[in-house]
Design a protein around this ligand. Structure first.
Ligand code: AMP
Length: 283
C-alpha cells in the first residue's frame, strides 16, 4: 500500500490504473478506523481492481463548538488496518492540500432540503461541508464506485442526491451498519463515552428496534412512535436531538401510503453525540 498526501500523487496513481483499464473503488473516511469502516473496504474491493481510502478530518463539516480539534486521529493504526484490508492507496492530505487558497471562502455545495432536516437542523452547515469535501475527493480520485455506510443514513442520501444532480460518473453503494455485540453502532465517537455512558448507549439501538417492531406490526400513529422513542432515550439520561420516522427515499414525513421507512435517532450522551437508524417496511 502506498501512503499519498498530495492530490497530484493520487492523480498519478489513478492515471496509471486507468491506462491499464482497471476499475477503482473509493472509501472516504475521517480515520480512526474500526470494523464498520473495514466492512466498507471489503465491499469496495468486490468487482474492482484497485481501492483507495481517504483519511481526512474535514474542518468544513464541523461547527465552531464541535469536536474537530479533539476528533481521534490514529494514522499509524489506520495505515496498518488499511494495508491488512488490501488497500492500494491511503490518501491522507492535510487541510492546506485540500483547501489551499480557498481555505477562507471555499466554493461550497448546497444540497437543498435534505440537508436542513434531522442532523442538518442541529448541525447547520454540516452537510454542506460533507457534500463539498466528497465532491472534491471524487474529482481527485475519479472512482468508478464509492462506498458509504448506512450508519450515516442522511449523509448517504445527501451524497446520492449530489451525485445525481451534478452528474458525477460515480456509482454510490450503501453498506449495512456494523454494531458492537450489544447493538451499539460502531463509531469513532463511542470513545468519548465514560464506562457508565457506554453502558446506556445501546439504548439507542433498543429504542430503534422497538419502533421498527411497532411499525412492522401495523402501528400507524407515527407521532406516538416518535414520542415513545424519544422518551425512552431521555429515560436513559440522554439528551435527544430527534427520534424520527421518515420516508427512506427522501427523508420527508411519511404519508399513510408510504411503506419504505427509516427510523433515525440522534442523542447526546455526555460529550458524545451519537446517531443511528434502522430501516423498516410497513406491512
Ligand atoms: P467516518 O470516518 O465516521 O466519516 O465514516 C466513514 C464512512 O464509514 C462513512 O461512510 C460512514 O457511514 C461509515 N461508517 C461509520 N461507522 C460505520 C458503521 N458502524 N458501520 C458501517 N459503516 C460505518
Amino acid at each position: 500500500m502506498q501512503t499519498v498526501t498530495t492530490i497530484a500523487g493520487v492523480r498519478a496513481c489513478v492515471r496509471a490504473w486507468r491506462q491499464a483499464g482497471e476499475r477503482i473503488a473509493f472509501v472516504p473516511t475521517m480515520g480512526n478506523l474500526h470494523a464498520g469502516h473495514i466492512s466498507l473496504m471489503e465491499l469496495a474491493r468486490q468487482g474492482h481492481d484497485r481501492f483507495i481510502a481517504s483519511i481526512f478530518v474535514n474542518p468544513m463539516q464541523f461547527g465552531p463548538n464541535e469536536d474537530f480539534a479533539h476528533y481521534p486521529r490514529t494514522p499509524a493504526r489506520d495505515a496498518q488496518m488499511l494495508q491488512d484490508a488490501g488497500c492500494d492507496v491511503m490518501f491522507m492530505p492535510d487541510v492546506a492540500e485540500m483547501y489551499g487558497e480557498g481555505a477562507t471562502a471555499p466554493t461550497r455545495i448546497d444540497v437543498p432540503e435534505l440537508t436542513t432536516t434531522l442532523c442538518g437542523e442541529f448541525r447547520p452547515g454540516h452537510f454542506e461541508g460533507v457534500a463539498t469535501v466528497v465532491a472534491k475527493l471524487f474529482n481527485i480520485v475519479l472512482p468508478d464506485t464509492a462506498v458509504f455506510g448506512e450508519k450515516d443514513f442522511q449523509q448517504l442520501a445527501v451524497i446520492r442526491r449530489m451525485v445525481a444532480d451534478l452528474c458525477f460518473p460515480v456509482t454510490v453503494v450503501g453498506a449495512p451498519t456494523v454494531r458492537e455485540a450489544d447493538g451499539l453502532a460502531m463509531s469513532s465517537r463511542n470513545q468519548y463515552l465514560t464506562a457508565e455512558e457506554r453502558r446506556i448507549a445501546p439504548g439507542i439501538h433498543r429504542a430503534l428496534l422497538a419502533a421498527t417492531a411497532a411499525i412492522r406490526s401495523g402501528a400507524a400513529d407515527v407521532a406516538a412512535i416518535e414520542r415513545s422513542g424519544a422518551a425512552s432515550l431521555a429515560a436513559h439520561g440522554m439528551q435527544v436531538d430527534y427520534f424520527a420516522v421518515r420516508r427512506r427515499v427522501d427523508l420527508t414525513h411519511p404519508g399513510a401510503g408510504d411503506r419504505e421507512l427509516v427510523v433515525l435517532a440522534a442523542a447526546r450522551i455526555g460529550k458524545a453525540r451519537l446517531i443511528d437508524n434502522l430501516q423498516v417496511d410497513r406491512p
